[in-house]
Design a protein around this ligand. Structure first.
Ligand code: NAD
Length: 248
C-alpha cells in the first residue's frame, strides 16, 4: 500500500466519477485532498464528508478549470494556506460529441478551454510550489480516445491526444526539479460521462475490451495513486493505460 501522509493533493473535477474515486483513494493513503468542483458544490461537500467520516482529510475548492485567473488564484491560495502542493491530478474534463460536419466552433472552444488549456495552466500554476519543495507529482487524466480516435469525438480526442504531448514535454522540462509528470488513459469507465451513451455503443465497447467489462473509477484511481506515490519517483513522461486491453 502506498502511503501519502503529509502530502497535499488537488484533484480537479473531484466531486464525482473518476475524480471522486481518486480523491477518496489518495485520502485513504493519508494525503490531505482538495476536492475541486466547478458547479457541483453539494457533490464536492458530500465527497469530502465521506472522506472525513472515514478518517481522512479533505476540503472542497471551487473554481472553473477553464478560467485561468481562477486556476491561478486557487493554486496560490492552496500553496499559501497549506504551505505546499505536492500532487495535482488534472482530471476535470468535458466532451461535446458529434460528427465533424456538425461540430460548432464554440463547442470546440469550450472543450479545448477545459480539457487542454485548463490542464496546461493548472500545471503551470502548480510548478511554483512544487519547484520550491523540490517534489511534485502531476497526473493528467487523458483517454484511450486520444490514442485510438473515436468517430464523433474530434474535439475531445484532440484534447486528450494533446495532453500526451504536454505530459512528455513537462516531464522533460521539470525532471531536474524532481517533479514527475505522467498521464493515465482510461478505457471505457462506468461514470456519468459514459452513462448517456446508447446501449449499442456500450455493448460494442465491452465486446472490444479483452477483459470483457467496464472499468471502474477505482481502477483508474489505483493508477493515479501509484503515479502520485514516492515509489513512482523514477517514472515520468509515461502513459499508463487503464483500458482492459482495449488498446495495447
Ligand atoms: P464526469 O463527467 O463524471 O466527471 C468530470 C468532472 O469534471 C465532473 O466532476 C465535472 O463537474 C468536472 N468538470 C467539468 N468541467 C469542469 C470545469 N470547467 N472546472 C472544474 N471541474 C469541471 O466524468 P468522468 O468519467 O469521471 O471523467 C473524469 C475524467 O476522465 C475526464 O477528464 C474524462 O475525460 C476522463 N475519461 C473518462 C472516461 C470514461 O469512460 N468515463 C474514459 C477516459 C477518460
Amino acid at each position: 500500500m502506498f502511503r501519502l501522509e503529509g502530502r497535499v493533493a488537488l484533484v480537479t473535477g473531484g466531486s464525482r466519477g473518476i475524480g471522486r474515486a481518486i480523491s477518496t483513494m489518495l485520502a485513504k493513503a493519508g494525503a490531505e485532498v482538495l476536492v475541486n468542483y466547478a458547479k457541483g458544490e453539494a457533490a464536492a461537500r458530500e465527497t469530502c464528508d465521506a472522506i472525513i467520516a472515514a478518517g481522512g482529510k479533505a476540503e472542497p475548492v471551487g473554481f472553473d478549470v477553464g478560467v485561468t485567473k481562477a486556476v491561478e488564484d486557487a493554486v496560490a491560495k492552496i500553496a499559501k494556506d497549506k504551505g505546499r502542493l505536492d500532487i495535482v491530478i488534472s482530471n476535470a474534463g468535458i466532451s461535446i460529441d458529434g460528427l465533424l460536419l456538425r461540430l460548432k466552433e464554440e463547442d470546440l472552444d469550450k472543450v479545448l478551454a477545459v480539457n487542454l488549456k485548463g490542464a496546461i495552466m493548472l500545471a503551470k500554476a502548480a510548478m511554483r510550489p512544487m519547484m520550491r519543495a523540490k517534489f511534485g507529482r502531476i497526473v493528467f487524466v487523458s483517454s484511450v480516445v486520444g490514442e485510438m480516435g473515436n468517430p464523433g469525438q474530434t474535439a475531445y480526442a484532440a484534447t486528450k491526444a494533446a495532453l500526451l504531448g504536454v505530459t512528455k514535454t513537462l516531464a522533460k522540462e521539470y525532471a531536474s526539479r524532481a517533479i514527475t509528470v505522467n498521464a493515465i488513459t482510461p478505457g471505457f469507465i462506468e461514470t456519468d460521462m459514459t452513462a448517456s451513451l446508447p446501449e449499442e455503443a456500450k455493448k460494442f465497447m465491452i465486446e472490444a475490451t479483452p477483459l470483457g467489462r467496464y472499468g471502474t473509477p477505482a481502477d483508474v484511481a489505483a493508477a493515479a495513486m501509484y503515479l502520485s506515490s514516492e515509489e513512482a519517483g523514477f517514472v515520468t513522461g509515461q502513459v499508463l493505460r487503464v483500458n482492459g486491453g482495449l488498446y495495447v
